[in-house]
Write a protein that binds this ligand. Structure first.
Ligand SMILES: Cc1cc2nc3c(=O)[nH]c(=O)nc-3n(C[C@H](O)[C@H](O)[C@H](O)COP(=O)(O)OP(=O)(O)OC[C@H]3O[C@@H](n4cnc5c(N)ncnc54)[C@H](O)[C@@H]3O)c2cc1C
Length: 460
């Protein structure tokens, strides 16, 4: 029998939803967690599961010296690399988030059955502040482990019910106040009344129409989106219908590049490669943070990657050769000939490659790439193929206050409605994702929203 009434309904069982449910359940109130797909976890389950935080007891125990100030400095430096005149980040909020991130990191381990590897760096960020789940150093399978740990704890909480294959379709509203949700499950449509509703339905990485509408620059990239299959913007759309307003300047979460050819997945974050635009010019330091790389590739003019036949590229040669016949890859015995096949006239491409190779010799790269990543391109035959940014989520969603209560156009709270995770994740960023911050934001916003929602019910 379906319940007809509960205290708190949570829409979506990803990182934010699990965290909101566990947090709200600490109050003893009844919590119903509704998940659209067969398997809970969403994008969080696919992620590395690492959460960034400074000043944690785990860092302290490992003798790691780190501070919020250092994290903030990196945050500002990186955000300045794209759209510096945009309306975000909101640094007051970033500062609060960093404090809350440490609280969440401790809470998960001390109260919710989670555990960590020693804090580590990731990608281009060596600072040891990412807390990967125990058993998954570097994040391989980390998201799965995080969700498994939280699921185990959730099963023990008698006041939480998790119902999968249940798509929430709408919010119920009475006299301007949210009081439940409509949903469709295996038995057809239904309704449940609740005192509070927390939207944790992720972003819209899997909704090509919404990406085209809200982030037209990423329309092409949306074909290379990875993320939870249920992340289609449902939560954002239903909150909007209830009067919520959207954050300005939505963007995608970038995760390196793809050549969109089978067998070339290692190019995702390969800093030793050389990229070119349609005019034969480099357009970035290829050894930048993977979100910065994705952004640069997103705005470059029909970018290419150039690969030579060096031993280090051995595994790529078969897939590249296999794609020559289809025209997806061009191949030549000289850079000049390659340039012609790429449709780049003159000597620009040749000059660029020569300059890059000279940089490898003399230890100076014109784009500021660290010399250890400047690997010469000088062994024929040469290959070129187009590259595309990979996206793994969206920044945007509905505006909230710091308690994650949803706001309307007059910045007034829509009573009883909260939004968390990628359904409300924009204030932290301009256009650049910070490693370990998005899973952390999901867990932190869920924890805070769950706690506040429960407190409000109890105080009433
Ligand atoms: C491959 C990959 C790697 C990543 N790596 C990292 C990383 O290492 N570090 C990091 O910080 N971030 C990473 N990210 C981003 C990060 O995982 C996400 O931003 C974050 O986990 C989002 O959490 P969420 O709870 O908001 O959404 P999700 O975890 O996606 O959960 C949303 C849930 O809501 C459900 N849902 C949607 N609509 C409805 C509906 N109508 N009714 C009911 N349920 C609904 C969905 O099915 C889904 O289960 C990665 C993302 C991907 C895809």
């Amino acid at each position: 029998m379906r319940p007809e009434q509960t205290d708190i309904v949570i829409v979506g069982a990803g990182g934010a939803g699990f965290s909101a449910a566990l947090s709200a359940a600490e109050s003893g109130l009844k919590v119903l967690l509704l998940e659209k797909t067969e398997w809970p976890g969403g994008s969080t389950r696919m992620s590395g599961g690492g959460i960034a935080a400074t000043g944690t007891s785990f860092q302290e125990k490992a003798g790691i010296t780190d501070s919020k100030e250092d994290w903030l400095e990196l945050w500002k430096k990186r955000q300045a690399t794209s759209n510096p005149n945009g309306p975000y980040p909101d640094y007051v909020f970033v500062d609060q988030f960093m404090d809350q991130a440490a609280v969440t990191t401790e809470w998960l381990a001390k109260k919710q059955g989670h555990s960590y590897e020693l804090p580590a760096g990731f990608g281009q960020d060596p600072e040891q502040r990412i807390h990967f789940p125990k058993g998954t150093p570097g994040g391989m399978g980390g998201g799965k482990q995080l969700i498994a740990n939280l699921s185990k704890t959730l099963e023990k909480r008698e006041n939480i019910t998790l119902q999968t294959e249940t798509r929430v379709t709408d919010l119920l509203m009475d006299q301007g106040k949210i009081n439940g949700v409509k949903f469709v499950d295996k038995n057809g449509p239904g309704e449940i009344h609740a005192k509070k509703v927390i939207i944790s339905a992720g972003g819209f990485v899997q909704n090509k129409k919404m990406i085209a509408q809200y982030i037209p620059a990423a329309q092409t990239a949306s074909q290379f989106a990875v993320g939870g299959t249920g992340d289609e913007g449902d939560g954002i759309i239903m909150a909007q219908k209830a009067g919520a307003v959207l954050y300005e300047d939505p963007w995608v979460i970038g995760m390196g590049i793809t050549a969109a050819l089978p067998g070339t997945g290692s190019l995702l974050m390969d800093w030793n490669k050389l990229y070119m635009d349609a005019h034969g010019k480099r357009f970035l330091n290829e050894a930048s943070h993977y979100a910065v790389v994705a952004n640069a590739v997103l705005s470059a003019d029909e970018p290419w990657i150039i690969i030579d036949s060096a031993k280090a590229n051995e595994d790529l040669l078969k897939p590249l050769n296999d794609a020559v016949a289809s025209g997806r890859v061009v191949k030549a015995d000289s850079i000049q000939e390659l340039s012609q096949q790429m449709g780049i006239s003159g000597s620009t491409l040749k000059d660029t490659v020569t300059g890059y190779n000279d940089g490898a010799k003399n230890g100076h790269d014109s784009m500021g790439k660290e010399v250890e990543h400047v690997v010469p391109v000088n062994i024929a035959p040469y290959y070129a193929t187009h590259i595309y940014p990979v996206i793994m989520g969206t920044f945007g969603g509905v505006k909230t206050n710091p308690n994650y209560e949803v706001l309307d156009k007059d910045e007034q709270i829509i009573p009883n409605l909260f939004s968390t995770g990628e359904s409300a994740n924009k204030r932290l960023y301009n256009h650049v994702y910070m490693s370990g911050s998005s899973v952390q934001f999901a867990l932190t916003s869920g924890r805070v929203a769950g706690k506040v929602a429960a407190q409000q019910i109890k105080q009433h």
